[in-house]
Design a protein around this ligand. Structure first.
Ligand code: SAM
Length: 215
């Protein structure tokens, strides 16, 4: 593997590769994770109740979000090895009473209707085969009065220098499909419309592409 890339072939990962992915995320993406959580807390206030993180990876983002909210989070991940590292990270950070790792697929969320007050999904969107279906699933699981925040990016508090570094690293790691996904607000709007979601707002900037959905 190229040392200048973050592994992005998630379905190929065994436990050793998942550990390496986790290490690289922690070494490289913490400023973006901190910046995005800061933005979420500023925009949505004191988050509490039930949260779901769809495509949580090794739960580095979920852990940071829990530190800055009162959410009880379900950290959903499709790949077994990655979910196992998430479980280890949650235990290490003594967050087992706040975050529950869940092995599952975003296309078939293992939660009942109107389960979650807040749903976050960062950096997983580009992987989904049927994006319309996943958005329908997310909206199904969202409680009335809840907020879902789905997309990717680095958050508005990232410094210009950091942004340059991490954006270039992300783009190299995700390849053309990923870069295109996070640079196409019109495509995201089209997906939301096809999913029959009406109460949404697209946030597109130099740093980010997100769909904010309310119910
Ligand atoms: C770039 S990582 C992002 C991890 C984390 N959300 C973050 O912000 O650091 C994308 C993750 O989404 C997961 N993923 C991709 N497709 C998925 C699906 N259909 N259901 C659940 N997880 C999925 C991948 O396995 C990978 O761990």
């Amino acid at each position: 593997m190229d040392d200048e890339q973050i592994p992005a072939d998630y379905s190929e990962m065994d436990i050793i590769a998942a550990k390496q992915f986790d290490k690289k995320v922690k070494e490289n993406f913490m400023p973006a994770i901190i910046s995005t959580v800061k933005q979420i807390v500023e925009d949505y206030g004191d988050l509490e109740g039930v949260g779901v993180d769809v495509g949580c990876g090794t739960a580095v983002f979920a852990i940071e979000l829990c530190r800055h909210s009162k959410l009880k989070l379900y950290a959903l991940e499709k790949e077994k090895a990655i979910s196992e590292i998430a479980r280890i990270n949650i235990e290490k950070e003594q967050m087992t009473n706040r975050i529950t790792p869940v092995l599952g697929d975003a296309h078939n969320l293992p939660f009942e209707n109107e389960f979650a007050d807040f749903i976050i999904s960062r950096g997983s969107y580009h992987c989904w085969d049927d994006k319309v279906h996943v958005f329908k699933e997310i909206y199904r699981v969202l409680k009335k009065g809840g907020i879902a925040f789905v997309g990717g990016g680095f958050g508005r508090y990232i410094t210009y220098e950091e942004l340059k570094r991490v954006k270039s690293l992300r783009d190299r790691s995700l390849g053309e499909k990923g870069v295109k996904a996070y640079g196409s607000p019109d495509k995201l709007r089209e997906i939301l419309d096809h999913a029959n979601i009406t109460d949404y707002r697209i946030i597109f900037s130099e740093t980010d592409l997100w769909a904010e959905m309310k119910k």
